[in-house]
Ligand binder design. Sequence first.
Ligand code: CMP
Length: 140
Amino acid sequence: MAIQRTFSIIKPDATERNLTGAVNAVIEKAGLRIVAQKRIHMTRQQAETFYAVHKERPFFGELVDFMISAPVVVQVLEGENAIAKYRDVMGATNPANAAEGTIRKLFAKSVGENSVHGSDAPETAAIEIAQFFAGNEIVG
Ligand code: CMP
């Protein structure tokens, strides 16, 4: 399996509880490398662009409000099969359904405040990475 990159967000519910390092420890223990990382406070425009695919969903407004409610940590993760691997490491979107040992089982509060985001496919990973990082900010 080829080396891939995926995009990750440590969300406001996790940064507010000072869990950035704890989340990163799970990521690194799974064999993924954090090859870019920065803490930002997303603008409403950035969050609406990022989640545009969900704009017709009933939870869109709540989702955007949450993502701009406190700082987030945006990341690029690299490793073998990184996109699927990170989705496994995150666990199910709803923490009630997440497997033991996953980030969402360990830390998430609810389906909305679910601690982390990870790309779902190579095409979306490339788009999401490019929204937040210039090429020279990613150091593999
Ligand atoms: P994420 O992987 O960031 O992608 C879309 C997000 O929408 C998802 O994680 C959840 O945090 C959020 N989401 C999905 N379903 C719901 C829901 N029913 N209510 C609130 N937020 C949701």
